[in-house]
Ligand binder design. Sequence first.
Ligand code: ADP
Ligand code: ADP
Length: 233
Amino acid sequence: MIQLEHITQTYTDPSGNTFQALKDVSLEIEDGEIFGIIGRSGAGKSTLVRCINLLNRPSEGRVIVNEHDLTALPESELREVRRSIGMIFQHFNLLSSRTVYQNVALPLELVGTPKDVIDKKIRPLIELVGLTEHVDKYPSQLSGGQKQRVGIARALANDPKVLLSDEATSALDPETTVATLALLQKINRELGVTIVLITHEMNVVKQICNRVAVMNKGEIVERGNVIDIFARP
Ligand code: ADP
Ligand code: ADP
């Protein structure tokens, strides 16, 4: 379980003015769910989700993942934690000079995994995301949906229990969005990965999320089951 307790994030600009991107936000996410965080641009969604892997260190509050207080850990131990939490992005963040195979292999290479172990690990992942026939292509040779599939496979390379998705479908057309969300759903179901998904699109939340939090101006203004919050047709 992920517990965000009384998270406040204060930013100070060069002239010393402070701005509160998050104001005393608390949130619990259960193992195995697909949790949506929806809200307008600037609402604080990214800042909040980046607290889960401590890419953002909150100014105040605690981040507890599986009973471990991450906010109490030194930076050296956080690297281990970050590795156990996968992340995917709106603009995919792939390395353009590396093939599909090499992009997916990267997280394992970085920790010195032997090549044969890497190969055994990532071939099934590349298969899972449906890119086996594109394994030697470069990102520039792929469609947006295919690039995001590379991002998803790479995020799974370290067997994460949690996958953070920051507007991962926002750069994709509606049809590709539906297919990408179906893939995330399959990963949640078959691998048991908890997914925390940021979006500004109601349809994304309606397609795959169990529960949702609505953010506005650094606060959660509503939360609950998707069915209860957004009346379905
Ligand atoms: P969202 O993901 O909902 O679009 P963000 O979490 O990215 O919102 O940003 C929330 C607010 O915090 C925005 O007003 C943004 O400009 C501000 N912000 C985000 N990161 C920083 C930063 N590193 N320094 C200063 N302000 C920031
Ligand atoms: P770098 O030098 O940037 O690490 P390499 O070209 O050495 O990149 O590739 C990294 C590793 O991945 C190498 O061991 C390479 O043999 C292996 N590799 C790359 N593409 C494939 C592929 N399609 N099938 C099997 N192994 C591959």
